[in-house]
Ligand binder design. Sequence first.
Ligand code: SNW
Length: 270
Amino acid sequence: MKSYNTLSKLLCTSIALLSVSFTTLAASNDNPYGLIEPGHLRIASVGDSKPYTFTDASGQFTGFDVEFFKNVAHRMGIDKVDFIGQDFSAIMPAVANGQYDAAVAAIGITPAREKTVDFSTGYLAGYLTVLTRSDSAVKNVATLAKHRIGVVQGTLQENYAVQHFTQSDVVRFPDNNSAVSALNNGTLDAMFLDYEAAKSYADRFKLVSAADIPSFDAPAGIAIAKGKPEFKAALDKAIKAAMQDGTWKQLYQKWFPGSPMPKQYLPGGQ
Ligand code: SNW
């Protein structure tokens, strides 16, 4: 039975070799998503886009996008998540440069932005809102002509205003807070921002909506650096799981009570 012995020895050796190469593979693969630091997510965001992303009274980031992202990260096995505030116009370049692992801030997915960063699958779709004072001459899109409308630099609202509000004076601001304060003190006649954030400022300062413009063709996604297919695949898988098990719905109802829910993000949706 000499040949049997040789065969079994050979088998044992190859199994041993195989397991060694598997361990080596696992060790070199301790950072499958290509993060700045394995097991830690550094996220660029904005602090004044309540209820999407904002800092609470204790300075902590919270909101729909923040809680949804933390849930997604947990599904990927990561609970160490740090949010860092930036001007909106800075966050996608910072992600592309590798300063952050991702950006989460109601960032609409567009072909223009996809030239700089990659996006997860979309997780939120809604409207862009023209916010005004109740005493403003701006009552709708038509009455915007010859008036000053504020936008945050780098937003879809800036693009849209430049293309469609050609009779208006479009004024750029670094963030929502500075633009809304200009609206409140009369420097602006209107301010153009995301629907839910407009609603939140309207409640705080007794402001009103003059127009809601659909932006369903640019659903918000998580922005990541290009060339990280494993990271994107893991994010997409976790996002879909959070939609299928009702987590998305629960967070949506918590942060956007009363707002209509697009069916595609609900359990059973596509
Ligand atoms: O395109 C919409 C999307 O449909 C949803 O309503 C969430 O907001 C959007 O992504 C647009 N958000 C703006 C943008 O992407 C502003 C983001 C911000 O101010 N943080 O430029």
